[in-house]
Design a protein around this ligand. Structure first.
Ligand SMILES: Cc1ncc(COP(=O)(O)O)c(C=O)c1O
Length: 381
């Protein structure tokens, strides 16, 4: 049989290496109802070519919803519906960059964004970083040096809130400094995890703090389901007009119209709010279960408890060796280098608490702790 889905696990392995949702948390029934309600209510208009920026009912809901979850509400002309954050990044980087440009990225950062950007033929450089995240003054100096050497530096990509892989969020004063520091560099802010906040609301986005120069990518992959291929971006109205005017959009209409109509139904009937609030509770319990179990089973391993998102970023002496032995004990983990462009990450592992319930996570931590008790790079409490 030909494959249907991207990930299928190995027998007997608890795989914390993948940032995928638990199948039991996907809203199968509620989505099926929303789709059939949307198509019955909207009729053929749900199935024809859609309005370039995204269907009106979804854009209207997004203006109010983003106002509730972020520092400010966008106007309708600042919004564009995408086929997920990945497609948003592909589209925005296509508009902003040319092959040979330098694109700055935070470090560590979402590894598959690095793939999308590499496909553009750009050179990736890590923005200078300290304990609070990207260092605005040092980054501005780097941009100046690159430009003096004749390079174009059109964009910086960052996951500033509940970072994948580190779980860290940039403090608010640092956000303000960053949006003011970079002249002529568009900040592309990947805000995929904003709504999965477990200890109070997420900090305001860079986009909400800036008067110009930030494109924020949102996604429904983590809050509803990745298979929908739905997200949105907020940006200056002039930039949104550029995206909506591209031939690809002109030819196909909204990039995912029928699903966007179903999402409008899912959202405006209250299902979205109910679902995301249940997810927050479920993931908070999972985070706490994994944190507690790791502290007990692997007390020498350092990490910061993330206030949102899906990931813990574990400090270990030799990530490749530790990951290999953990796998032998039946736990999958991602090694840190793939989240860096500069060879960093050899002493970090990313683990995700999204795919399993608390009991499996406790078992995974137990197996991981067992794997640390052997070998030359043993982690000592
Ligand atoms: C930071 C980040 N951005 C984007 C994505 C992919 O989002 P989408 O499925 O909306 O393309 C992920 C998924 O893991 C992610 O962690």
């Amino acid at each position: 049989m030909l494959p249907v889905i991207q990930y299928t696990g190995a027998e007997g392995v608890l795989d914390l290496g993948w940032g995928h949702p638990d199948p039991t948390l996907l809203p199968v029934e509620a989505w099926a109802e929303s789709t059939s309600e949307a198509i019955r209510a909207a009729g053929w208009t749900a199935l024809t070519y859609g309005y370039a920026n995204g269907p009106g009912p979804l854009i209207e809901w997004l203006t109010v919803h983003i106002g509730a979850i972020d520092g400010r509400a966008p106007s309708p002309d600042e919004l564009f519906v995408t086929a997920g954050a990945s497609q948003g990044l592909e589209l925005v980087s296509t508009v902003l960059t040319r092959p040979g440009d330098v694109v700055l990225v935070d470090s560590p950062t979402y590894h598959l964004a690095l793939r999308i950007l590499t496909d553009r033929g750009v050179e990736l450089r890590a923005a200078p970083t300290d304990a609070q995240g990207i260092d605005p003054a040092a980054t501005a100096r780097l941009v100046g040096d690159l430009r003096a050497a004749g390079r174009r530096v059109p964009m910086l990509y960052t996951v500033a809130t509940f970072n994948n892989p580190s779980g860290a969020s940039m403090p608010v004063p640092r956000r303000r400094e960053l949006v003011d520091a970079l002249d002529g560099v568009t900040i592309v802010e990947d805000d995929t995890y904003r709504e999965l906040a477990y200890d109070g609301p997420a900090p305001p986005s860079l986009w909400s703090l800036a008067s110009a120069g930030v494109v924020r990518l949102g996604s429904f992959a983590k809050t509803i389901a990745p298979g929908l291929r739905l997200g949105y971006l907020s940006a200056e109205a002039g930039f949104v007009r550029r995206l909506a005017g591209r031939g690809y959009v002109d030819s196909g209409g909204c990039v995912n119209h029928t699903s966007a109509m179903a999402l409008a139904q899912f959202a405006t009937t209250g299902r979205y709010e109910a679902h995301v609030s249940a997810l927050r509770e479920a993931y908070r319990l999972r985070r706490d279960a994994l944190v507690g179990a790791l502290r007990a089973a692997a007390p020498g391993v350092e990490f910061t408890v993330p206030a949102g998102g899906w990931f813990l970023w574990l400090g270990v002496p030799d990530a490749a060796a530790v990951a290999r032995r953990a796998l032998e004990r039946g736990v999958g983990m991602s090694t840190g280098e793939r989240f860096h462009v500069d060879g960093g990450g050899t002493r970090h592992l990313r683990v995700s608490f999204s795919m399993y319930g608390p009991t499996d996570l406790e078992e995974a931590a137990h197996r991981f702790g067992g794997s640390l008790k052997i070998g030359a790079d043993q982690v000592r409490p």
